[in-house]
Design a protein around this ligand. Structure first.
Ligand code: K7E
Ligand code: CUA
Length: 654
């Protein structure tokens, strides 16, 4: 019986491989089985019950971070990060616009790939999620007490901030590596002179112990390769950071051919504890830079943007022991470290096998000075000396690996569309399950820590084809949930995702729930334009600026009748939600405003600007259904001609 199962498994896997994701004839319904009632039971979270895990799934080109419950796959929230979001006024209201400031000006969009949860003693601690922006390099911090983005730092000397944003085991650093190498310093030069002149920056951003705040501590200026992905060492390898590279050929055109010439690229092993020593010893250069550091203050409910002007640079050629290269076959993509910190898995996109390096062997090879030449002054270790083992022919197009904490690894295969379970130490394949289709990353809650919660894995798929109801040329992308408690994986659920899910971070809900805020205490509100009672509300003119100090509470605004505004005025609605109760936001918008609504949490103040262009009496109203009298929550602004002499007045209940 076992043999037959094995055979069938092979045939199915083979079929999937042959048909790949481009052929919608490979109907999932035939190979599915997820409709079994046992599977349904496993993902069923009864009405009113909570999920066991949070999953934070990146939105890719949506620039956002979406929050799901597992195992149900229910969407709980979309947290705006690098993209404007009219639902929450993120990047539209005056308070959050500075969050999207960069050295290139206001950037309302980005491509967000890798969320990672802060850690304490190697375990996810549920305090913050860090996530990268690829296009205009940035790292954001999302605070899990409010599920809001509270900090964004731009990364200078980088482009395509892809090998980011991963956190070390005590949240010492969040690390970012550049995918594209660029001239350093940036300058006007011929692209043909790429080789030797372009550089790749690896950035170490120090995290504040108290509030998780970010500060770019130093950059290591590496050769002009592409730095694709990275992960921190942990346990015995704590203090090291590993980065996959491709394009060690340093090609600047037609990379699909020219960057696939070398049989092996590298994993760069960076000793960041050593880097700290070099920084202490003053072995860095301080170079001019220009990058934004944007911080949202929970007391003022307002963000500020500061331009930073320099950065410390370490040159690995001048810092012996800082970086070593581990040869790794065929343009590796994923770079994953197992929970013990011993194994570093490099997934060569074009390789038939999976390469696993040994940290212990690496240290030994370094000690014995067993080098196989060097590149730009960085020693290259011998492949055989650092190799722990090879998973033979597990599938086609390996991308990413996660771990269950029970000695097993799970790797995604993009081309053969499957997740393959294999055993650390013996390197044998234990199980394989198809994904629908073309899987990228996968995620096990805590899978990037020393303590994974190996109950589920989700696979994040690039292509879904026939899996969902058609929605025009673009169909939803999706995640698939597998039960991994048994020897064999079991597909339980498909659920659609926001944007293109690249990576995700998961954590038991119990580690997050107790810290979740219910409202902002009004007495702590230090917003410049906050008013804490209806008695304090007022309207003030400063030239052609009109500032309305407004409040909202169930179910009226104060004031709700305003006169004396003129065409040509810039009207600032500074609105404070006086509620001190859980889950009672109010919204506000006014006809003709060239911006989004505000959605204001209890105790919070937000501002939008309205520039009325037409004479008349214009209504504003609450946009969030807040009580039985929500539809009564409205008001009027009278707009008079530019030369009118009507004085400002404001009333409520008159
Ligand atoms: Cu999509 Cu991590 Cu940006 Cu691989 S990356 S899939
Ligand atoms: Cu307030 Cu609806």
């Amino acid at each position: 019986m076992k043999k037959i199962n094995g055979l069938i498994g092979l045939v199915i896997a083979g079929l999937v491989m042959l048909t790949s994701c481009n052929n919608s004839e490979s109907s999932p319904k035939k190979s599915g089985g997820a409709l079994k009632s046992s599977a349904a039971e496993k993902v069923y979270v009864a009405p009113g019950e909570h999920d066991e895990f949070y999953a934070f799934i990146s939105g890719g080109f949506s620039g956002q971070l979406s929050v799901y419950g597992l195992p149900s796959g229910r969407l709980l929230k979309v947290v705006p990060v690098f993209s404007q979001d009219p639902e929450k006024a993120w990047g539209y209201n005056e308070e959050t616009k500075p969050m999207l400031n960069t050295s290139h000006g206001f950037i309302p969009w980005d491509d967000a790939h890798h969320p990672d949860i802060s850690q304490t003693n190697g375990q996810v601690d549920g305090r913050y999620v860090y996530i990268n922006a690829n296009n205009t390099p940035r790292i954001a911090k999302v605070d899990l007490s409010t599920f809001e983005t509270t900090e964004i730092i731009e990364v200078p000397n980088s482009a395509g901030n892809h090998s980011s944003s991963f956190v070390t085991e005590n949240s010492e650093y969040v690390v970012a590596g550049t995918r594209f190498s660029v001239p350093f310093p940036q300058r006007d030069m011929s692209i043909k002179d790429y080789k030797g002149n372009f550089k790749g920056a690896l950035s170490f951003i120090k995290l504040d112990e108290e509030d998780g705040g970010m500060d770019l501590s130093f950059q290591i200026m590496m050769p002009g390769f592409n730095y694709d992905l990275s992960h921190p060492g942990r346990g015995k390898s704590h203090g090291w950071f590993f980065f996959t590279t491709y394009n060690t050929e340093e090609a600047n055109t037609l990379l699909e051919v020219n960057a696939s010439q070398n049989d092996k690229d590298f994993i760069a092993a960076v000793n960041w504890k050593k880097a700290e020593e070099y920084i202490k010893a003053g072995k860095f250069k301080t170079v001019p830079a220009n990058y934004a550091h944007n911080v949202y203050d929970e007391k003022t409910h307002t963000a500020t943007s500061t331009m930073k002007k320099e950065v410390r640079i370490l040159d690995p050629a001048e810092c012996p022991g800082l970086v070593y290269f581990l040869p790794t076959p065929k343009s590796p993509h994923g770079c994953d470290v197992d929970p013990s910190g011993e194994y570093i898995v490099g997934n060569g996109k074009l390789s038939a096998n999976l390469t696993v390096h040994s940290f212990t062997k690496m240290l030994k090879a370094i000690e014995d000075k067993k080098f196989d030449g060097e590149a730009y002054g960085i020693p290259i270790l011998k492949f055989e000396d650092v190799l722990a083992g090879v998973v033979e022919q597990p599938g086609l197009g390996p991308l990413h690996t996660e771990f269950d904490g029970k000695g097993n690894a799970y790797t995604t295969f993009f081309i053969s569309s499957e997740v393959v379970k294999w055993k650390l130490d013996t390197w044998e394949v234990i199980d394989r399950k198809p994904t629908y289709y073309s899987v990228g990353h996968l995620m096990i809650p805590g899978g990037n820590s020393s303590k994974p919660f190996g109950k589920y894995v989700i696979a994040m798929n690039k292509i879904t084809k026939d899996r969902y109801l058609p929605t025009g040329p673009e169909v939803t992308q999706s995640a698939q949930l597998y039960d991994i408690t048994g020897e064999k994986m079991e597909l339980l659920l498909d659920f659609p995702t926001i944007g293109e899910p690249h990576y995700a971070a998961g954590i038991p809900a119990d580690l997050v729930k107790p810290r979740s805020k219910q409202y902002f205490p009004l007495e702590e509100n230090e917003h410049e334009y906050a008013v804490k009672s209806e008695a304090e509300t007022k309207v003030v003119r400063k030239g052609n600026e009109v500032h309305i100090y407004m409040t909202m509470i169930r179910s009226h605004f104060a004031p709700d009748n305003i006169e004396g505004v003129k065409v040509g005025d810039k009207v600032y609605f500074h609105v404070t939600n006086l509620e001190q109760d859980y889950d009672v936001p109010h919204g506000i918008s006014v006809i003709g405003a060239n911006t989004s609504e505000l959605l204001i949490m209890p105790g919070q103040t937000e501002t939008f600007v309205w520039e009325p262009k037409q004479v008349g009496v214009w209504p504003f109203y609450c946009t969030d259904f807040c009580s039985a009298l929500h539809q009564e929550m409205q008001g009027y602004v009278r707009v008079s001609p530019k030369d009118s002499d009507i004085d400002l007045s404001w009333t409520l209940g008159e």
